[in-house]
Design a protein around this ligand. Structure first.
Ligand SMILES: [Zn+2]
Length: 159
């Protein structure tokens, strides 16, 4: 597998950034386009943006032509393939999640979740606790669809 790419997303593609983090991609968010570009250059990251007029043909920038999240996801997965590790990274702040036992999160998650979920993760940066649930299931479904479309054999019908 290719080495993981690192990205900065500006404010135009925040939902894409969250989906990519869910897939395991390293994506920092810097809402201001100018600051995002400078951060990307400074840290050797690729800038993800919808800001076509400002960044078209700028090296180190990947411009997304569509505002459709599924389309954006497919384009990034196809252009920057890497090992997909769903649920290993905090979708809100990009830190790598750490496993936590049910005992460790007791009192911090709803009782029914504590009683039914078996695997938990905690974000060391923002403290967010995650577990397999409806939200994650939806993200899995979206990621699965995108991965299917991003495969070279499945890309023929897309314009
Ligand atoms: Zn976090």
């Amino acid at each position: 597998m290719p080495t993981p790419h690192r990205f900065v997303a500006d404010g135009t593609v925040i939902r894409l950034a969250r989906m990519l983090r869910f897939a395991g991609y390293d994506v920092e968010v810097v809402p201001d386009p100018g600051q995002a570009y400078r951060a990307a250059v400074r840290e050797g990251r690729t800038l993800l943006t919808r800001n076509r007029r400002r960044f078209l043909n700028r090296p180190g920038v990947f411009v997304l032509p569509s505002e459709d999240l599924d389309d954006q996801l497919v384009r990034v997965l196809a252009r920057f393939p890497q090992e997909i590790q769903p649920g290993q990274r905090c979708v809100m702040c990009n830190a790598e999640l750490q496993p936590a036992t049910p005992q460790e999160v007791r009192g911090e998650v709803p009782l029914y979740v504590y009683l039914t979920a078996r695997t938990f993760h905690r974000c060391p940066r923002c403290g967010r606790i995650t577990w397999p649930g409806t939200h994650v299931t939806r993200m899995f479904a979206r990621l699965h669809r995108a991965l299917h479309s991003a495969r070279p054999s499945g890309s023929g019908s897309r314009s």
